[in-house]
Design a protein around this ligand. Structure first.
Ligand code: SAM
Length: 221
């Protein structure tokens, strides 16, 4: 699967994409993640990507022209692709949307900055307006990373535990997440205090363990 991220701060992504499973998945060619500097699609000497808002008001607004050109160049002609713009006014991102995205061949992610992006981008260029939560960030870059990571782990082979993933997804409507423990069985932060792992998880009884996990699961929808 290919991700194309359009941003005015491409350096933000560098170290993140060079670490862990995301880096490994790129090496294995399961993911192709390209970060594009929007200024590449400007034509003036100052490489301007923003302008003052019509109607007045504070701050600057990102212009439509460079974004239009960038998307035109990046969108693959064949295969399924979707264009996403990030805004706090968008649809709340969740596991269901991530699953839909993971079935695409390409996802183009447009990161806003300043006071936002000319609304015509959302209206005429983007397929989906996405928010990652009810708060206002300074830019769409963190939102893009959240989407890349959530979608990437659903791409077959990326986390290397597709069976586990499948089981957790299909068990119930939504996505099953339960508490996990590892060694030591008893942790003593100070004398007389013992923080224990639930006994059932040490029993080796897989049926009971499964039932315990179901009981303590939270369904993430
Ligand atoms: N008033 C602007 C709007 O409604 O889009 C918010 C501007 S915000 C300061 C700058 C950029 O950060 C936005 O264009 C958007 O790309 C990103 N952003 C801010 N909060 C976000 C959120 N909760 N989810 C996704 N992106 C967000």
């Amino acid at each position: 699967m290919r991700f194309d991220v359009i941003t005015i701060f491409p350096e933000i992504f560098k170290s993140y994409l060079e670490e862990g499973l995301i880096a490994r998945a790129q090496r294995k060619k399961l993911l192709e993640i390209r970060i594009h500097n929007l200024r590449r699609w400007t034509t003036d000497a100052h490489r301007t990507v923003d302008d003052r808002p019509f109607g007045g008001g504070r701050g600057m607004v990102m212009k439509i022209e460079p974004i239009y050109k960038a998307v035109g160049d990046l969108k693959r002609k064949n295969g399924k692709s979707k264009i996403v713009i990030f805004t706090p006014r968008g649809e709340r991102f969740n596991q269901k949307i991530a699953t839909e995205f993971s079935k695409l061949g390409q996802l183009i992610l447009i990161c806003g900055r300043y006071e936002g992006v000319d609304e015509r981008v959302a209206k005429y260029i983007a397929d989906k307006k996405i928010s990652i939560g009810s708060y206002v960030l300074m830019g769409g870059e963190l939102a893009a990373l959240v989407v890349v990571e959530t979608v990437a782990r659903l791409v077959p082979g990326v986390i290397g535990k597709s069976e586990l993933l499948k089981k957790r997804i299909t068990k119930k409507k939504g996505f099953l997440e339960y508490p996990q423990y590892t060694r030591p069985e008893i942790f003593s932060p100070k004398k007389g205090v013992a923080w224990r792992v639930p006994k059932i998880l040490l029993s080796g009884d897989h049926k009971k363990i499964e039932a315990w996990r179901e009981k303590h699961s939270k369904i993430v929808e």
